[in-house]
Design a protein. Structure first.
Length: 368
C-alpha cells in the first residue's frame, strides 16, 4: 500500500530518550534521519525541539509535505491530538495534557496525525513488514493459509501493543488498547511492563548477581550473557529469560482474545536467543480445569516463524483431503488452528514510520 505514492509525509519516532525525525515518500525515507534529544522532562524545551526538528526536515524537502504523522507514547486523546495522562513515565512534562496536534498544525499549516507508537508499529508491520512477508512465504511454500490479523509488540522503555485486522488499525473507543497494565506473572499486583521493559532486565540482573551498577544497560548485560564481558553470565541470561517469560504470559492473554500473527520489535530483541525460549514456553503452556483436564492455554498451535523448520510445519499445518459425503468429490481440510511469533525484520523505528506514513495518507484520502 502506497508503494507508488509520490506524496510526502513528515514522520517522527518519539522515544522517551530521543526524537527521530524523517520524511517518507512511496514507503521509503527520502532524507537521512535527524535525531535530537527528547528533553522530555522540560515541556518548553521539548516543544521547541519538535519545532526545530520538523523545520530541519522541511528544509531538506523538494516539495511541500501533505501532513505530519508520528507516534507518541500514550495515554492520549489521539483523535484530537492531545497527549497527556497520569502514567507517562517517559514524558512527565506532558502529564497534565498538551494539545500537541493543534499546536503543530498551527505552526506548520498542514494536517497533523498523532497515534500511539505501538499502534503505528503494528500498522507498519501489517502493511509493509511482517504480515505481507509471512503471507508471501506461505504462498511460496504452496500453502493456502493466509493471515489478516497482526499483533505488534514493542519492547523497550515500555511494553506496547497494537493490532491490525484486514488492513485496519484498531484503537478502540478510547485509544486505550494496552498491554503494559496486564498482570505480572510472578507479582500479580504489579503491571507486566515492570517485568518486560528495559528496567526489568537491569533489575533482575542486579538482584540475581548482587551487582548494583547503574551504568549497566541491556547491551552490557547481553555481552555478559554471551561471555564477551566480565560479569555473572547466569544472572545475565536469567534477566532476559525472565523478561521473555513475563512477556509470553501477557501475550498468551492477548492472543487468546485477538487471534493473529505476533511480531516483536525493539532493540532489546537482539537478545532473542535468551528471550524467545521462555516466551514461547509460556505461549505453549498448559492449563487445567477444576476436574483436572489439561488443555493448551493458547488454543492455537504456536510456531516460531524465525525457525525455518517450524515455518515449514506452520505452512503445512495438518492439511488433508476430505471426501464430500455422497459424492466422488473431495475438498482440502486443514483442522489445525495455528499462529506464529517472529522478530521484526524491518525494525521498530522503520515500522512506526511506515505506519505513520500510511495512516496520514489514508486520512488525507478520506477527506478528499
Amino acid at each position: 500500500m502506497y508503494r507508488n505514492d509520490n506524496r510526502t509525509v513528515i514522520t517522527l519516532d518519539a522515544g522517551g530518550t530521543n526524537f527521530v525525525f524523517g520524511a517518507m515518500r512511496a514507503n521509503k525515507f527520502i532524507i537521512d534521519p535527524i535525531t535530537k534529544p527528547a528533553n522530555a522532562q522540560d515541556l518548553d524545551l521539548c516543544m521547541q525541539t519538535l519545532v526545530d526538528g520538523f523545520n530541519e526536515v522541511i528544509a531538506k524537502l523538494d516539495c511541500k509535505p501533505v501532513a505530519i504523522s508520528f507516534a507518541f507514547p500514550g495515554p492520549a486523546d489521539y483523535a484530537n491530538g492531545i497527549v497527556g495522562g497520569f502514567y507517562m513515565p517517559n514524558f512527565p512534562s506532558f502529564r497534565d495534557g498538551v494539545a500537541l496536534g493543534p499546536f503543530l498544525q498551527e505552526k506548520f499549516g498542514i494536517p497533523v496525525y498523532i497515534n500511539n507508537d505501538a499502534d503505528l508499529y503494528a500498522y507498519g508491520e501489517a502493511l509493509a513488514g511482517a504480515l505481507p512477508a509471512v503471507n508471501e512465504k506461505l504462498e511460496a511454500l504452496g500453502s493456502a493459509k493466509r493471515y489478516k490479523t497482526l499483533l505488534g509488540y514493542t519492547f523497550g522503555t515500555g511494553f506496547g501493543m497494537g493490532f491490525v485486522t484486514n488492513g485496519e488499525l484498531h484503537t478502540g473507543d478510547n485509544s486505550c488498547i494496552e498491554t503494559f497494565c496486564l498482570r505480572h506473572k510472578h507479582m500479580p499486583d504489579v503491571m507486566a511492563e515492570d517485568g518486560v521493559a528495559v528496567r526489568a532486565v537491569k533489575r533482575v540482573y542486579r538482584e540475581a548477581s548482587g551487582v548494583d551498577d547503574p551504568s549497566l544497560e541491556p547491551k552490557d548485560i547481553y555481552d555478559i550473557a554471551e561471555g564477551a564481558r566480565e560479569g555473572d553470565q547466569e544472572a545475565a541470561r536469567k534477566a532476559f529469560a525472565t523478561m521473555g517469560e513475563v512477556a509470553g504470559d501477557a501475550m498468551a492473554t492477548a492472543v487468546t482474545l485477538i487471534d493473529g500473527v505476533i511480531v516483536i520489535g525493539g532493540g532489546i530483541t537482539a537478545a532473542k536467543k535468551y528471550i524467545m525460549p521462555a516466551l514461547l514456553k509460556e505461549l505453549r503452556s498448559q492449563m487445567h480445569s477444576i476436574s483436572g483436564e489439561e488443555f493448551d492455554r493458547v488454543q492455537m498451535k504456536v510456531y516460531d516463524l524465525d525457525n525455518n523448520d517450524e515455518f515449514e510445519q506452520f505452512a503445512r499445518g495438518a492439511s488433508r483431503e476430505l471426501k464430500v459425503y455422497g459424492t466422488d468429490k473431495s475438498v482440502t481440510y486443514d483442522p489445525q488452528k495455528r499462529i506464529g511469533v517472529m522478530i521484526s525484520k524491518i525494525g521498530a523505528s522503520k515500522a512506526i514510520s511506515l505506519g505513520a506514513y500510511a495512516f496520514a495518507l489514508n486520512e488525507v484520502d478520506k477527506k478528499q
